[in-house]
Design a protein around this ligand. Structure first.
Ligand SMILES: [Fe+2]
Ligand SMILES: [Fe+2]
Length: 527
């Protein structure tokens, strides 16, 4: 091996290493072209990727040194006015006129000494370009980029090999060298495309989960779509924050990806939560709202009183009409009270609960049996202190996070997503240990779990699409969040960042109803 070959080999090895390190496809393509240009001493070049299921070649990177043209990669994108090259014509025929298209079709290198003399391909576009830019495109080397299955995934075209000021044809030695570089480039490119494809597939899959939940319950679907948005807003702000709470900390690309996936999947377990619990609009709602049964029993009670009245009248027994009327009025009031209690709109004091219990003790006769007006189950539900969920319902609801963890743990994650089940499964934990399902304290809760927890609560409070509850205004939602920060339930640094960097407002402007956005005095909210 002579010195020259040795040098080339060393160069190729270095280039291979550099290419395999590049994770960003655009930068990788740019690197491929730059290295190929350098190694072949070319003035310009283009890298195309195959798109539209093999029908077209898209301009990804374009360089022409002497004209100072640089598009794609780290420079501005290739202008939209430069259309992709058709590999197949509109009527499905192979495009045999364009050299890059033929290179893609045949999977073979095409070396042209002078485009203006060449008769095999149509270079009229090139000539037009040259005329406009006072340039002379001469030697062309067009090589295919192939994946692990030998399928063409792109084309690299080098233009105008130089020797001093002269433009020369690409020598056989240069062709070998560029082809060797192209196969290395193809490996790196294929790897990145496969990684991207996998990422795309997984991202589509996680969005499908939110869509499945949306079909089950629209509000939960909306929640699952908004929590990752807020989660990433907070994470990106942490990365930008160089002056305040998180100046010494930032997330890597992989960590951001892991957090994004965790945010999307945090309520995955709700796929198994029964719909009648998830959508429980009233305290008595099960598979249907049992308030109607109670109304029927009240109707019986009322008629029993009325029948007794008329029976006594027939028997000419002395009647206290006022007493009967007040009894009927009481029945009406009691029913109205139960209907109101069923909504679960406000806190239920012990007095109110006792009133439910007292009403429940009244009896009616059905099939000659005396039965209580309210069953134990009805009393238990109607005396729910806050909201519409009984303690049994709450347990069922809380199960979703256990299931999130259990189900997500079954997936074989790549290394950088290994913590997804844990981060997602911790979103109802609180720093003071009062959360569920494990009661983990702060020392066990990484920042990722803390971010999702804040996003989860804030979204829940401000959700604009809950059917039975209006989304809170910003001032009310932030007051609740502040209370949680003071009580040590959520991370106070994150909460302060949320306020100082106006993340609450940025999120609100994008995601909630305008009428919920009221002014807050930020200083008053800092913890
Ligand atoms: Fe949850
Ligand atoms: Fe949630």
């Amino acid at each position: 091996m002579n010195n020259n070959s040795n040098n080339n080999l060393k160069k190729l090895i270095d280039i291979g290493r550099a290419l395999s390190r590049e994770k960003n496809i655009d930068f990788l393509l740019e690197k491929i072209l730059t290295e190929a240009k350098t190694i072949s001493n070319s003035d310009g070049g283009t890298v195309y990727l195959v798109i539209d299921e093999g029908k077209k070649l898209n301009f990804e990177i374009m360089h022409t040194e002497t004209l100072g043209i640089k598009f794609g990669g780290s420079s501005s994108p290739v202008p939209d006015s430069i259309y992709p090259v058709k590999i197949y014509t509109d009527d499905g025929q192979e495009n045999t006129h364009n050299v890059a298209a033929v290179c893609a079709l045949k999977g073979k290198t095409i070396n042209i000494d002078d485009a203006y003399i060449n008769k095999d391909y149509d270079f009229s576009g090139t000539k037009g370009f040259d005329e406009k830019n006072n340039y002379r495109s001469k030697s062309f080397l067009t090589v295919p980029l192939k994946d692990h299955k030998n399928k063409v995934i792109g084309v690299m075209q080098l233009i105008n090999a130089k020797s001093g000021d002269d433009i020369i044809p690409y020598s056989d030695e240069l062709v070998d060298l560029v082809e060797a570089l192209s196969s290395q480039a193809s490996v790196a490119l294929t790897n990145q495309l496969l990684v991207n494809e996998q990422k795309q597939l997984f991202r589509s899959f996680i969005k499908l989960v939110a869509e499945a939940l949306e079909n089950k319950d629209q509000a939960t679907g909306g929640h699952c779509n908004r929590v990752p948005v807020l989660t990433m807003m907070i994470a990106e702000e942490i990365n930008d924050d160089k002056t305040d709470y998180f100046k010494d900390f930032s997330f890597s690309e992989d960590e951001l990806d892991e957090l994004y996936v965790s945010g999307w999947l945090h309520d995955f377990g709700k796929v198994a939560t029964p719909e009648h619990v998830m959508n429980k609009a009233t305290k008595l709602e099960g598979l249907y709202d049992k308030i109607d049964q109670i109304k029927l029993k009240f109707e019986i009670l009322k008629r029993d009183v009325e029948i007794a009245y008329y029976k006594n009248k027939v028997n000419e027994i002395d009647l206290d009409k006022d007493l009967i009327e007040s009894e009927l009025k009481q029945i009406k009031n009691d029913m109205a009270f139960l209907e109101h209690s069923n909504i679960g709109g406000e806190f239920m004091s012990d007095d109110l609960k006792n009133r439910v219990k007292e009403i429940g003790k009244k009896e009616i006769k059905i099939n000659d049996n005396n039965i209580c007006l309210l069953s134990e189950d009805e009393i238990e539900n109607l005396t729910i202190s806050r909201g519409t969920l009984s303690s049994k319902d709450l347990k069922i609801m809380q199960q979703h996070v256990v299931l999130t963890y259990t189900l997500l743990s079954k997936l074989p994650y790549p290394d950088h997503l290994k913590q997804v089940p844990f981060y997602a499964g911790c979103h109802h934990e609180k720093i003071d240990g009062s959360g569920y399902p494990n009661g983990y304290k702060g020392d066990k809760l990484p920042i990722q779990a803390r971010i999702i927890a804040i996003a989860d609560v804030f979204e829940g409070l401000t959700a604009p699409d809950r059917p039975y509850k209006e989304g809170y205004k910003l001032s009310k939602a932030l007051t609740i969040l502040k209370g949680m920060a003071i009580d040590g339930e959520i991370d106070s640094d994150l909460f302060n960042l949320f306020i100082i960097k106006k993340l609450y407002l940025k999120y609100a402007n994008d995601m909630i109803d305008k009428k919920q956005i009221d002014h807050i005095e930020e200083k008053e909210f800092l913890v």
